[in-house]
Write a protein that binds this ligand. Structure first.
Ligand code: PMP
Length: 310
């Protein structure tokens, strides 16, 4: 892969990635006024095909983030998907890929505001394997850094600047010896992981926090709720207390990067019997089969990158 040229969409054109450069005066670089997405494409060796997972849904969420930050793009969802497929084809990937669209305030302006600026769209891609371990079971801690408040920096918007909150939490958790962590809402409920949503199994039910508890409205979260319901799980969306994590039967994190990662310890306490839970592993298998194109029932979540019979 390393000898291949990687391409990016930048200022209206597809260019070699080294040419996609911004000025140090760019508003988004100075003030964090950008929004982004993280999309995965999964390589299926048997099908000789690369599948983009939930591409239109990610672009739809990006347009929602844009509304919150008053970013106006010329491109619609179809156009952004087409550019994405073009970049992937042009780079010629035959491996798992991470796609990073970024919409940002591009003017070289020294003034903190949102309106009246030039907005740009960039899209680049990188090969990506696992972001967190999905096999061993993670040891997570509850972060002393609280998740952002909707009335301060809305977590519903996947904004570049808001990831300072994530970075502070992740570094602190890693320094304390955890693999990752959980962030609490300003009023002390479980919000989500640092860059992932959280699910717990308690009393046989699959439970996750509501969208009003300072989470990013995860595409994987929604996808897993669908998979779980199809598989006959009872699901519940409700606020989760911190100590419920200590008495949960199973826990896992989920997200585009994280995928489905079992958690086996929280704040030094074992989750259940301290091994990845059976229900978690069932959902994880259903997830991986779906995203790699092995489950026809979920094929509509995938966009093939390469033409058939090439
Ligand atoms: N929460 C945060 C803060 C995230 O950064 C992510 C990753 N995008 C998620 C949740 C999971 O969202 P998704 O499943 O859409 O990737």
């Amino acid at each position: 892969m390393s000898d291949r040229t990687s391409y990016a969409y930048f200022e209206g054109k597809i260019v070699p990635i080294e040419e996609a450069k911004v000025s140090i005066m760019t508003h988004a670089l100075n003030y964090g006024t950008g929004v982004f997405e993280g999309i995965r494409a999964y390589w299926n060796q048997e099908h000789n095909q690369l599948y983009v997972l939930k591409g239109p849904e990610h672009y739809e969420r990006m347009l929602q983030s844009c509304r919150i930050l008053k970013i106006h793009l010329d491109q619609n969802i179809d156009q952004m998907m087409n550019v994405t497929l073009q970049i992937l084809r042009q780079t010629g990937y035959q491996e798992d890929v991470y796609i990073r669209p970024l919409a940002y305030k591009a003017d070289p302006l020294i003034k903190v505001k949102l309106s009246g600026m030039r907005d740009e769209l960039a899209i680049f891609t990188v090969p990506l394997g696992e972001y967190l371990d999905v096999n061993k079971g993670l040891h997570i801690g509850v972060s002393p850094w609280r998740r952002l408040d909707d009335n301060a920096i809305p977590t519903r918007a996947k904004a570049t600047g808001s990831y300072i909150n994530t970075a502070l939490a992740v570094d602190d958790l890693m320094d304390s010896g955890f693999d990752d962590g959980v962030m609490l809402t300003p009023d002390g409920h479980v919000a989500e992981g640092t860059a992932a949503n959280l699910f717990m199994i308690r009393g046989g039910k699959l439970i996750t926090s509501p969208v009003s508890d300072a989470i990013l409205e995860g595409i994987t979260r929604a996808l897993l709720l669908d998979i779980a319901q199809d598989a006959g799980f009872q699901v519940e969306i409700r606020p989760i207390d911190r100590t419920e994590l200590y008495v949960a039967d199973e826990l896992f994190l989920c997200g585009t990067g994280v995928q489905v990662a079992p958690v086996t310890k929280v704040d030094h306490r074992p989750v259940g019997d301290g091994r990845p839970g059976d229900k978690t592993l069932t959902l994880q298998k259903l997830y991986f089969d779906a995203v790699r194109g092995y489950n026809p029932a979920y094929q509509h979540w995938l966009t093939p990158v390469y033409p058939e019979n090439r």
